[in-house]
Design a protein. Structure first.
Length: 342
């Protein structure tokens, strides 16, 4: 299958998209339903086909990879990337926890997890020191995928955290005390660089930055990179930007390819080869409380997230062709990532 192709080009959804077929109820699909017509059955079948490795999952990392999905610019695809990468990794056989660290609770919604104000949530973990295990819920329809939901209470946490001890490391402590075995923890950050995002950067080892392929894409990125450098210098020496993912890529516009070229020039090693096309199915899925992997597993959006997740997973496996040595030495020897970026 496509291992090194940028699958955004020919597979991108046509806009407007007349090729929608309707398969009953109110769900429209790009692809006809296959034989095993359950969400997990369809997704697993297409995942296996997409990867061309029947029955085999991906190798699991030796230890839990904690990945912070951050970009203080709003609406660039952080939440979409968090939930769809997480679901893809789970479909590849990994055990994955999504931590929703955004008071909007969009990741919880997209994963079909109830998050009204009575639900035990990540707020209770950060502010009330409740054990993480008491708020984590399994995600319906995707085996191996779990979510620590966010409720609107979290909106007050930025202020409440200020007066608490160890205010920057409360999430890190909660993750360390969590005893369930996990391969990946993905943390969905709000569009700001406040204490919630700092907690994520202290808790994680890797930063995944989604970048939307549009004008101003790199604006403000320097501030995020400098924050990552500050947290690394003072609070968390293992932190590094491991992955950049181009999202909402429309291969037919010159602007998108110019932005993609610019990002790849600045961050040659970090950018995944796979980019995510602009896809109506991706944007529809959250309103059904689903990821695109279960909503329309054969769509270009689903396949691109499966491929991106595979690439990211293999980068963490020594000996794989995707493996890159993103360790502290690498980061120290490299010029500052934020150089030349505003
Ligand atoms: P915020 O900063 O508010 O948290 P975000 O960075 O998490 O936003 P998302 O919520 O993931 O961004 O995406 C913003 C909007 O773009 C959403 O409506 C989402 O459905 C849509 N979207 C994301 N990725 C795609 C895509 N590849 N194709 C089409 N629409 C997309
Ligand atoms: Mg979001």
């Amino acid at each position: 299958m496509r291992s090194d192709a940028n699958i955004a080009g020919p597979m991108a959804d046509p806009v407007p998209g007349p090729r929608t077929e309707s398969y009953g109820e109110d769900v429209s699909r790009e692809t006809p339903p296959p034989m095993d017509d359950t969400p997990i059955g369809r997704a697993a079948q297409l995942a296996v086909e997409a990867l061309g490795r029947a029955g085999e999952g991906l190798p699991r990392p030796a230890e839990t990879r904690v990945i912070v999905v951050a970009n203080q610019k709003g609406g660039v695809g952080k939440t979409t990337t968090t939930v769809n990468m997480a679901a893809s990794l789970a479909l590849h056989g990994a055990r994955v926890l999504v931590v929703d660290l955004d008071p909007q609770g969009n990741a919880s919604t997209a994963l079909g997890i109830d998050h009204h104000s009575e639900v035990p949530s990540i707020y209770d973990v950060l502010v009330e020191s409740k054990p993480l295990s008491e708020v984590v819920q399994p995600v319906p329809d995707v085996e191996g995928l779990f979510c620590a939901p966010a409720t609107i209470d979290l909106a007050g946490a930025e202020i409440e955290l200020v007066s608490l001890v160890a205010r920057e490391s409360r999430l890190e402590r909660a993750l360390q005390a969590y005893e369930q075995p996990l391969d990946y923890i993905l943390i969905d950050c709000p569009p700001s660089l406040g204490l919630l995002t700092v907690n994520a950067l202290v808790a994680g080892a890797e930063v995944l930055i989604p970048i939307q392929c549009e004008y101003y894409a790199l604006e403000g990125l320097g501030q995020l990179l400098r924050n990552v450098e500050l947290v690394r210098a003072h609070l968390n020496p293992k932190l590094h930007v491991s992955t950049i993912l181009l999202t909402m890529y429309d291969g037919r516009t010159r602007l998108a390819s110019q932005v993609a070229d610019e990002v790849r020039t600045h961050f040659a090693e970090e950018v995944l080869r796979t980019s995510i096309p602009r896809s109506v199915r991706i944007s529809e899925a959250p309103s059904y409380g689903q990821t695109v992997l279960t909503y329309d597993p054969g769509s270009s959006g689903a396949l691109s997230y499966l491929e991106a997740a595979r690439e990211m997973a293999l980068r963490g496996i020594p000996g794989s062709s995707e493996f890159k040595q993103f360790n502290n030495e690498h980061s120290k020897n490299k010029h500052s990532m934020s150089e030349g970026i505003q």
